[in-house]
Design a protein around this ligand. Structure first.
Ligand SMILES: [Zn+2]
Length: 277
C-alpha cells in the first residue's frame, strides 16, 4: 500500500496573517485542499477530492460567486486530483472508492471526475447534503457535483473503539484499514478518515480544525480562521468538543497517529516531506 498526499486546489483568500498566522495583513493567505490517494490491492482509494475539473472550468456557475470571492481559488486544472492521478500513470477508472470527510463544495468537487467510484461517507452527512434544508446548506452543498448519481455507501452507528473515538470501518471488503471517525460539528455528519499504514495511522481530520497551531500544547488559532470556523459551524458546541478531543489525541498519541486537516499548507508540506508536524 502506498499513500500519496496531494493538494487538489489552492485557495488564496485576503487576510494574510489573520488566516495563515504569519505574514502581513494585506498579503494573500494560502490554503490547500489536502487529499489522500491510496494505492491498494483493490485499486485506488481517494480520501476527499478537492475541486474538480468542472469547478475549475466554470467556477462561478458551479461554486457560486460568494465562495469564489471569499476563497479566491487558484483554479489551476493541473491541481485537480484527476490530473495528478493521470500524471502518476493511472486513469480515472482506476479510482474504485472515494471516502469523503464531508460534502462541502471544496471536498466533493472532484466526485464527477471519478464516475465509477463508490462514494463512502457518513449517512448523516449524505442526508444533510441531499436535503439542503437551509441557506447555509444550499451554499455549501452543490448538487451539480454529484449529478452523475454515484453509487453511495453510507455508514452510521457506533462501530468500534479507535483510540477512544467511536469509528466505523469503511471498505470492509478490502484488506485496507480505512475508518470513518465521526467528528460532527463543522457539518452535520462530518468525519475524520483514519488509514492504517506500515508506519502507523494517518488521520485526515477534514475541517475539524484549520490550522496546526490549534492542535498544539498551548493551542491558538489565527483570528480570521476563528471567525471562519464559527461562521461555517453547523453545530458549534460539537465542533469545539471534537476539536479539543483531537488536540488531546495528538498530544497523547502523536507518535502513532499523524494528524492533519484539509486546508493547512504547512501540514501538507510536512506530510509530503515525510516529517509530519
Ligand atoms: Zn473545507
Amino acid at each position: 500500500m502506498k499513500v500519496h498526499h496531494l493538494n487538489a486546489a489552492t485557495m488564496c483568500p485576503f487576510g494574510g496573517r489573520l488566516i495563515a498566522g504569519r505574514g502581513g495583513l494585506l498579503q494573500r493567505a494560502h490554503m490547500v485542499c489536502h487529499v489522500l490517494l491510496i494505492e491498494t490491492a483493490d485499486g485506488l482509494v481517494l480520501v476527499d477530492t478537492g475541486l474538480g475539473t468542472a469547478d475549475v472550468a466554470h467556477p462561478v456557475k458551479r461554486l457560486g460567486a460568494g465562495f469564489v470571492a471569499m476563497t479566491q481559488p487558484r483554479l489551476d486544472p493541473d491541481e485537480t486530483a484527476l490530473f495528478q492521478i493521470q500524471k502518476l500513470g493511472f486513469s480515472a477508472d482506476d479510482v474504485r472508492h472515494v471516502v469523503l470527510t464531508h460534502m462541502d463544495l471544496d471536498h466533493a468537487g472532484g466526485l464527477g471526475d471519478f464516475p465509477k467510484a463508490t462514494v463512502h461517507l457518513h449517512a448523516r452527512e449524505h442526508e444533510a447534503a441531499m436535503s439542503r434544508r437551509d441557506l447555509m446548506a444550499k451554499t455549501r452543498y452543490i448538487p451539480a457535483q454529484w449529478a452523475h448519481a454515484p453509487s453511495w455507501k453510507l455508514y452510521d452507528g457506533e462501530g468500534e473503539d479507535w483510540f477512544g473515538f467511536s469509528a466505523v470501518r469503511a471498505l470492509s471488503d478490502t484488506e485496507t484499514d480505512i475508518l470513518l471517525v465521526p467528528l460532527h460539528g463543522h457539518t452535520r455528519g462530518h468525519c475524520g478518515v483514519a488509514v492504517r499504514t506500515g508506519a502507523g495511522w494517518l488521520l485526515h481530520a477534514g475541517d475539524a480544525y484549520f490550522h496546526h497551531a490549534s492542535m498544539g500544547a498551548g493551542p491558538w488559532t489565527p483570528a480570521g480562521l476563528r471567525v471562519f470556523q464559527a461562521l461555517t459551524d453547523t453545530i458549534g458546541k460539537d465542533r469545539k468538543r471534537n476539536q479539543e478531543r483531537l488536540r488531546l489525541l495528538k498530544q497523547a498519541r502523536g507518535r502513532e497517529i499523524t494528524l492533519f486537516c484539509a486546508h493547512d499548507p504547512g501540514e501538507l508540506d510536512a506530510c509530503c516531506a515525510g516529517h509530519p508536524l
